[in-house]
Design a protein around this ligand. Structure first.
Ligand SMILES: NC(=O)c1ccc[n+]([C@@H]2O[C@H](COP(=O)([O-])OP(=O)(O)OC[C@H]3O[C@@H](n4cnc5c(N)ncnc54)[C@H](OP(=O)(O)O)[C@@H]3O)[C@@H](O)[C@H]2O)c1
Length: 259
């Protein structure tokens, strides 16, 4: 299927590795020029090289913290009129909610709710005027299903989800869509760090935790970042113009409900 995206421009936040990188790569392979982003220069530049080798498109690395105004200015400076915005960021660390300070709470809400909203505020009207826009937010299955210890992440992302439900409807008639992808367990550096931390907490081998986590997923495996990247590219495609305001779980069947 040709996704009809050749020549489009995308900003993909937090994309030097993991799920963001997979989105940038999938879009680049569809002919989209991509601005990629991260805070580690070596990692970011290595990823830019990798994407350029995989696809003949412009790849612009922006070394910046997406949670800051300066970082957002740098991203928009590199691509002032994006057709596509993929919102992604790091997530707050696993922590007992009792231990979160006010500053921790505000940082988590800034990362996973305020930052994507700020970027959307800055791109959405241009997209509506040009009558094409695709906004995809990488959130988490924890928006629907509690994960103890990731309460701040869940709360901030659920706030984003509710906030955007109305926004999505307000621009649907301009061919601008807003959707979120809700990953369950995907095989990335973040998952490995979570496995290692869980193993340490329980005093068992990481392989034991990995087996338990896999066993809890009906697909009996972790997701591949490329699967999420390709789903993101489809949501950005010309074929997905009638899908908006949706929250799409990608969790190998882990969320146990019909709806
Ligand atoms: N993997 C999963 O199973 C899973 C499940 C549910 C939700 N999620 C969520 O999905 C998102 C992506 O997860 P992932 O697994 O792909 O994580 P990852 O492998 O750790 O990658 C995170 C990426 O974001 C960049 N990044 C982090 N903070 C940034 C910032 N402030 N500004 C710019 N770039 C930043 C990192 O680069 P630098 O550190 O160099 O900046 C890196 O490129 C996270 O919010 C995570 O909580 C993941």
């Amino acid at each position: 299927m040709d996704l009809g995206l050749r020549g489009r421009k995308a900003i993909v936040c937090a994309s030097s590795q993991g799920l963001g990188k997979a989105c940038a790569l999938a879009l680049a392979q569809e002919g989209v020029c991509v601005v990629i982003n991260g805070r580690n220069r070596e990692l970011l530049e290595a990823t830019a090289r990798e994407i350029r080798e995989a696809a003949p498109v412009d790849v612009t690395p922006v070394l910046a913290d997406v949670s800051t105004r300066e970082g957002q200015d740098a991203l928009l400076g590199a691509c002032p009129e994006p057709d596509i915005l993929v919102n992604n960021n790091g997530g707050p660390p696993f922590r007992n909610f009792r231990e979160l300070s006010r500053e921790d709470l505000l940082t988590g809400v800034t990362m996973n709710m305020v930052t994507p909203i700020e970027l959307i505020q800055r791109v959405i009207d241009g997209m509506a005027t040009r009558r094409f826009g695709r906004i995809v937010n990488i959130t988490s299955a924890s928006v629907k299903m509690p994960i103890s210890g990731l309460d701040l992440s869940s709360g901030a992302r659920a706030g984003l989800t509710a906030f955007l439900a109305g926004v999505a409807r307000s621009v649907a008639d301009s061919n601008v869509t807003l959707n979120s992808l809700l990953p369950g367990s995907f095989d990335t550096a973040r998952l490995s760090a979570g496995l290692t931390a869980a193993a340490k907490r329980r005093g068992v081998a990481a392989s034991t935790i990995m087996k338990e986590w896999r066993a809890a997923i009906p697909a009996r495996r972790f997701g591949r970042a490329s699967e999420l990247g390709n789903a993101c590219a489809f949501l950005c495609s010309v074929h997905a113009g009638y899908i908006t305001g949706q929250n799409i779980l990608m969790d190998g069947g882990e969320y146990p409900a019909a709806f």
